[in-house]
Structures are given as structure tokens and as C-alpha cells.
Design a protein around this ligand. Sequence first.
Ligand SMILES: C[S@@+](CC[C@H](N)C(=O)[O-])C[C@H]1O[C@@H](n2cnc3c(N)ncnc32)[C@H](O)[C@@H]1O
Length: 310
Amino acid sequence: MVRTMFKAASLGAAALFAVAVAGDVQAQPKNQADCEKLYKPTVGQSGKDVVWVPTPDELVRRMLTMAKVTDKDFVIDLGAGDGKIAIAAAKAPFSANSLGIEYNPDMVKLANCMVQVEGVPSKTKVIQGDIFKEDFTKADVITMYLLPELNLCVRHRILGMKPGTRVTSHQFTMGDWKADETAEIEYRNAYLWIVPARVAGAWTFKDSGSMQFAVNLTQTFQEIAGDVTLANGKQPLVGATLRGTDVRFAFNDDKGNTRTFTGSVKGAQLVGTLRAPNGPEVAVTGTLQGQPRAGEWATMLSQCGRFYGK
Ligand SMILES: C[S@@+](CC[C@H](N)C(=O)[O-])C[C@H]1O[C@@H](n2cnc3c(N)ncnc32)[C@H](O)[C@@H]1O
């Protein structure tokens, strides 16, 4: 389906260009100037919810590098403009499949013409659509250069995507969802977030023998904390972290030895190892008791209703 869409878009851009330059000798766009015969945008021109300003090339590369984009990924740029992020994602060294969603139909024509010029029509396309209506949840990586309020109003949908999805934004943050990584290039910022798995709840851990302990986790975005209950009572977890599906925490066992759990969420289980300093690594599995606790932090903010016709 996506492949068919790519093909249709490529043929569409080529045909449009051929019509636009009818009378010229060339039938295929060769460069940006050719594409700007279809439509020449102006930096700062208004858009549906945000104006068009392109992200500088170096920052585009940095955003895609931060997100560790590879040829296994499907990248979606929200508000794609002239398609430059989607195109860069499709080209080496990233070589991903990608898609741009852009509201302005003229920008879409220009972007798909640039897709031709850059030689990546089999890997990318830009579609006309509204980011508040289109489904972008199949992406492995989301890129965006929008506005703080727009970021906040797509945030709940991003948080509903599969854990481990990477999100990178030029310039604007996501409110109280702190970035996992930040970079600065010539006074411009790039931010990266990793969609966290839902881990809040009561977990019972067991190894293959008789060891057993209970962990209670609380969560706000990727920040987790909690306590562990052992034979000698309850104590707070130390250094609990969550990155995508990867969980780590430590505690002191009954003998006062620090034990570190490292593992990852697999459905309703936390599968990993427990290690004591200078001691053996023991395989342990945690099982969630009941459902993961709902997270207020992952719900739509009240001011966002207007973008969704509510
Ligand atoms: C700041 S530009 C960023 C362009 C590109 N992502 C880049 O970084 O070079 C934002 C783009 O979003 C588009 N846009 C604004 N509101 C939109 C909406 N609701 N849905 C899709 N695109 C939108 C604008 O037309 C503009 O091209």
C-alpha cells in the first residue's frame, strides 16, 4: 500500500512537472530551480497552524543522527514543507523509508518534485494532509519543526506509539516531557525523546530458584521511581531509569549487597538480570500484577481540543 502510494506520488510529480514546463525540452525536473517552476515558496509564508521555515541542512542531519535513523526505519516528518527532512532521511547514510505530511498543496507539489530531483522516489513521498487528522502512528521516528503548542497537542498521540519510537524536534520542546537528549547547532536546538513503555504498577520478580521480590513502580513520562519489598521490609529503589523499553534500578538485598536489575519490558513482563558486585548475574523475570496504571501524563491536554474538532 505504502509502496503503491510512493509510485503514484512519483509519477504524479513527474507528470505535473512535464505539464508545467510543456514547451521546454526537458521532461524531468533536474534541480531545485526546475521544481520552483511549479511553486516557489517564501520563507515565513503562513501555513495552516505554523509558517514555513526550513530546518538548516546541518540540523536535519543532526536530528536524524540523534534519532539513530537506519534503513530499517520508517520516518515521518510532521509539517514537511519542501520535504527536506523526509528526503534526507531517505538518502545515505540514513536510507530509511520516509513520509512527509504537509497541509499546503503547493508545497506538496514542490516537495514531491524535489523527491524526484534527489532520486529517492522509491523511498519517500510527501502527502497533503493535516497532522491533526493523518495517522502517523506507524512511524519508528517522528521529526518535527512546529511550535510549542503544536508539539504539546500531538504529544498524547506520540506517547501512545510503540515504546522505543524516537521523536526529534527542531527548536521546540514538549512541555513537561523532558527531552532524553539535546543538541545545539549555531544557536538552534534539536531535542530527542524516546517513547517510554508503560511500567507503572506492581511487579513480582522471580529467578529460576527461590528468590522473589516485589517492586512497585510509579511513572511520569520516562521518569520512574518506586520501592522494593524484600524479606526484611520495604526500601526505595536507587537510580531507577527507563529508556524506551529498557529498565534499570538498584537496591540493597537482605545481606546489604547492592543488586542491580537491568532488563526490558516484554508485554506484561520485565525480563532481565540481577547482578551483585563481584557476584554472578542471575536471570530474573518480573510479572505485572493486573493492568499497568493509567498515566495522566499521557492524555490529551485540555487546550488541544480545538485541533481535533472538540
Ligand atoms: C516550520 S515549517 C517546517 C518544514 C520542515 N519540516 C522543515 O523542518 O524544514 C512547518 C510546516 O508545517 C506546515 N503545516 C502547518 N500546519 C500544518 C498542519 N496542520 N498539518 C500539516 N502541515 C502543516 C506548514 O505549511 C510548513 O510547511
